[in-house]
Design a protein around this ligand. Sequence first.
Ligand code: MCA
Ligand code: AMP
Length: 496
Amino acid sequence: MTNILYDALIAPHAQNNAAFLVLDDGTTMTYAGFVARVAQLAHVLKDAGVRPGDRVVVQAPKLSDTIALYGAAVQAGAVYLPLNTAYTQSELTYFIEDAAPAVVVCDAKDAGNVSAICGDNARVLTLAKDGSGSLSVQANDQPTRFDTVARRPDDLAALLYTSGTTGRSKGAMLSHKNLLSNAQSLTDLWQITKDDRLIHALPIFHTHGLFVAINTALLAGAQVRFMAGFDVDTIISEIPASTLMMGVPTFYTRLLGDARLTRDLVANMRLFVSGSAPLLAETHTAFEDRTGQRILERYGMTETNMITSNPFDGERLAGTVGYALPGTEVQITDNGQPVADGEIGMIEVRGDNVFQGYWNMPDKTAEELRDTGFFITGDLGIKADDGRISIVGRQKDLIISGGYNIYPKEIEDVINDVEGVLESAVFGVPHADFGESVLAAVVLEDASLTDEAIAAQVEPHLARFKHPRRYVITDALPRNTMGKVQKNVLRAEHSA
Ligand code: MCA
Ligand code: AMP
């Protein structure tokens, strides 16, 4: 038995002295150095009591060691569980209790809080922004070889939480085969090779920045210009020496806002990829007018990795997400039955990319993953007669702000718990920078409650990117005859 993910992504680089991660301070981690560091960290995990199948929670800064930790979890047969660094203690408590990890790696500044959550149930290791902390101290003395733990293709490699329409986050169980098959499809389709240099400005706790970007780079042996975060100046200065960028639509609108983005600047770039949120056709067109490059839009989900992509060679059509990836089937359905080409329906997907179900939630899994293997995405789409897919809406109540998914139910639950609030409805309105932004309509029981007071009580419970940007106090929420809140009415009223 082998470990297909480690064997494909990491093992081949043991003697590869090419640069893998090029950091903001100019230092470089070579591929061979990465393989050695992965082994050292795998020893740390093993010594900390991690056994095959155990979860390793990581809420840590974007560092080369954080990527090596992902590799280490894979090599040690563990299940990697990355978390947004913006999550508050109350959000973190839920994830740790639900996933019951053996080890939690966190920023040194959060160690006290995290230890309080974990008690004796998990070991806590630290990794600070400057790379220091107990994780690296322990790793530095370890051997640079580790006996890779064998795993079956369907064994879990990662657990990624995705918020739910019920307000409770669900852990999407991703297997070695799920991750590897998708990395292979994307690397082939986008023709990524060792000659590529990828601009990496995404966070590494989501599918886009971790699996789409890092797994494809590892598979191809490409160089990654690994940036701490999104910064227009840094990206503009790195574009001439790079060939590839992956980003959310906000990256592209922000770049378009800078006059230095020109055809000459991007002359060396061969591919710009966009995903995680709808790319407006006007952004696509404006980017082409300015640079001569047609952004390649693709579509995916945490549960499925990438599902469709516009072609590398061929027409990249604005407003469409392209064709099902090789090995991935997409059907458009109405009540579970496929509809004719050109008709709107639910997008469903099947293939090696589709997850193994939700952690500890068999009922939720059964609701969304059919016996036939098709996963019900909650996105509404149309398939043209040549197979090209366009997303036309969402059946799930979801806001996507700057590529981050925000489920209104989770926020409404927190607002409704504020003393003096009768009920609330959270909805998204168009936003020039983030695509959508969060608003809350609130009906009060206690008329003296102010929006500042509500915001202050909501704050400790939710990561900042989820906070409503505005509270609208109203006498009643608009409802249809069935009593369902009409968020489209709220959106129309407040979009300006
Ligand atoms: C930051 N803030 C936000 C967001 N990001 N508010 C709403 N939506 C956001 N996306 C808030 C912060 O809380 C802070 O608020 C203020 O903005 C400044 O924070 P800062 O970190 O400086 O912001 P930034 O660096 O400008 O970040 C914007 C960003 C970032 C670069 C667009 O959000 C980002 O990297 N987004 C990518 C997310 C991503 O990777 N998604 C992929 C998910 P305050 O001032 O109040 O404190 S994977 C996925 O969706 C699927 C599978 C797929 O298909 O890929
Ligand atoms: P996540 O919760 O991160 O798994 O987000 C997945 C959701 O992001 C999908 O169900 C879509 O609604 C949305 N999404 C991802 N890529 C695109 C895209 N290119 N266009 C429109 N929506 C997208």
